[in-house]
Ligand binder design. Structure first.
Ligand SMILES: [Zn+2]
Length: 124
């Protein structure tokens, strides 16, 4: 997959941590358009590689809420396609993630009864 910023995101990872969605033991990342955020090049899951909040967390850490991880793992197991998570301003720079986001949304529509309940989400 093309990386908008080359291989730079991987230079931030001091110690490999297995991906929580695809179980890649040493995932490779590409930057998103959010500061310090990268996504796993195999499954598309977003991680904070640096500059995240709260301070003191060990990088990389997953930017996906825990209740969504089983859903994303199931999606990966069934499709082996990117889930397209992360923060993107211009989809044209991330065709793989755009395709994955569309596919993941369609998959979620078909598995609506398995998704975390609305009341689990934080109120604004
Ligand atoms: Zn992954």
């Amino acid at each position: 997959m093309a990386q908008k910023y080359g291989d730079l995101a991987n230079q931030e990872v001091k110690q490999a941590k297995a991906c929580l969605v695809c179980d890649d033991p040493a995932p490779r990342y590409s930057w998103t358009d959010y500061s310090g955020e990268g996504y796993c090049l195999q499954c598309g899951t977003s991680y904070q590689l640096k500059w995240g909040e709260p301070k003191g967390r060990e990088y990389p850490y997953c930017n996906i809420k825990n209740e969504w991880l089983p859903i994303m793992r199931k999606y990966w197991a069934e499709t082996h396609m990117s889930n397209g998570s992360g923060t993107f301003m211009f989809w044209g720079d991330y065709p793989d993630q755009e395709k994955g986001r569309v596919r993941f949304n369609e998959w979620c529509d078909a598995h609506n009864d398995e998704l975390p309940k609305q009341e689990d989400q934080e109120s604004a």
